[in-house]
Design a protein around this ligand. Structure first.
Ligand SMILES: NC(=O)c1ccc[n+]([C@@H]2O[C@H](COP(=O)([O-])OP(=O)(O)OC[C@H]3O[C@@H](n4cnc5c(N)ncnc54)[C@H](O)[C@@H]3O)[C@@H](O)[C@H]2O)c1
Length: 366
């Protein structure tokens, strides 16, 4: 799709790089036109990923669509922090402050629903276990019930790679067919188990009521716009790099993850919403490289071009232990069915993230 070069409001947004939004639009190509003139309900729109969706929709309205899409954003702002106040306020956007666990009186037509409300950072789901469990289960059910009364074209539920728990090494990289190894009583259960139940609800509402539900299982998405107070690993590292303090790794640092730069992830999410098979789940992430936390610190060192000290520490009370040892997606399903192909390398993504964090973080949070 050809994209006109005029930049308007994206320039002033501190929560993403304008070039990144353009990259997402290019990655979606003509598929994005399915959203033209449509109405989208976006739950969790004040969060990290939600703000990318709304900025993307704003950009498409400004630069690409002849008929704008309308976006209704729901969020109770529980973890959205300072950046969450910068919700898209232009024509066609409406913000409703609402806890999605509660019923919503809303009679307007909708074409798409995105359920990205959730408590996503281990620090916060340790702090708010019941809220974490309820938003993914009761909240998702409320939204599915809202969707039942509409002829929806797509309902996207944000599940998580955490639904796989701590996979047996023979199931890493992990395909969607792997059933998971999750403790229902562990310190992460409120998140993992509620996301699993959220997926089950989506399947039932598809089978019983015909809602075209699609589930995404994101694997560690990162990028500009993550709050410094988010407490996921990369914001923690970045804040400490800026403060010139040692990076802290919990446990022995050998646990592995893969990291997906946000532009690649948003392309995968939108593709799933538009073209995923109803009732099915898709891994969205970048399978390479699979890095230990100690390796991640070394990668960051190459980006900032100075030595970084790393200290390993026991898990504090504020952070749930029982971490998965390895996490790496098998993305062949999304690659074959959706033509999903992440392309931002870890080095390039870290460069963009650190460049942004150096301007926006204070170095005072961790
Ligand atoms: N970012 C990732 O790497 C990742 C990985 C796996 C899963 N996910 C899932 O994707 C979704 C979005 O993630 P994110 O990184 O943007 O998280 P985020 O914490 O930045 O944003 C989530 C938003 O949901 C809102 N929210 C929480 N409970 C709510 C409720 N009851 N009612 C209304 N709003 C509520 C929060 O205020 C916040 O603005 C979450 O469901 C998360 O669990 C994200």
């Amino acid at each position: 799709m050809s994209v006109r070069t005029k930049t308007t409001r994206t320039k002033s947004l501190a929560h993403c790089l304008p070039g990144d939004i353009k990259e997402i639009v290019e990655g979606l190509g003509k598929e994005a036109l399915q959203l033209e003139g449509r109405t989208v309900l976006l739950c969790g729109g004040a969060g990290f990923l939600g703000r990318y969706f709304s900025t993307l929709f704003g950009y498409l309205n400004d630069q690409v669509f002849r008929k704008s899409c309308r976006v209704i954003i729901l969020d109770n702002l529980i973890t959205s922090g300072k950046l969450g106040s910068r919700i898209q306020q232009s024509n066609g956007f409406r913000f409703i402050s609402h806890d999605i666990v509660q019923p919503l009186e809303f009679d307007e037509p909708l074409d798409y629903m995105i359920q990205a409300a959730g408590i996503a950072s281990p620090y916060y789901y340790r702090k708010y276990p019941l809220e974490t469990l309820e938003v993914a289960t009761v909240g998702t059910k409320q939204m599915l019930q809202l969707g039942m009364k509409r002829a929806l074209k797509g309902f996207l539920f944000f599940s998580s790679s955490e639904i796989y728990g701590d996979p047996d090494p023979q199931h890493v990289p992990t395909p969607e067919s792997y059933r998971g190894n999750v403790s229902c009583l562990g310190p992460r259960a409120c998140y993992d188990e509620s996301k699993r139940l959220g997926e089950t609800l989506c399947l039932i509402f598809h089978e019983r009521y015909g809602i075209p539900t699609k589930m995404v299982r994101p694997f560690n998405v990162y990028g500009p716009g993550m709050q410094e107070t988010d407490y996921r690993v990369l914001p923690n590292f970045a804040s400490r790099v800026i403060a010139r303090r040692p990076l802290i790794v919990y446990g022995n640092g050998s646990q592995t993850r893969t990291f997906c730069y946000v532009t690649d992830a948003i392309v995968g999410f939108v593709k799933t919403l538009l073209n995923g098979t109803p009732g099915q789940a898709y891994n969205i992430g970048n399978p390479v490289p699979e890095v230990s936390m100690l390796d991640l610190a070394k990668q960051l060192q190459r980006v900032v071009r100075r030595p970084l000290e790393v200290q390993t520490r026991e898990y504090p009370d504020t952070y749930p232990a029982d971490e998965p040892q390895r996490r790496c997606p098998d993305i062949s399903k999304a690659a074959h069915q959706l033509n999903y192909a992440p392309c931002v390398t870890l080095h390039e993504g870290l460069k963009r993230f650190m460049g942004w964090a150096e301007k926006c973080y204070t170095g005072s949070q961790v």
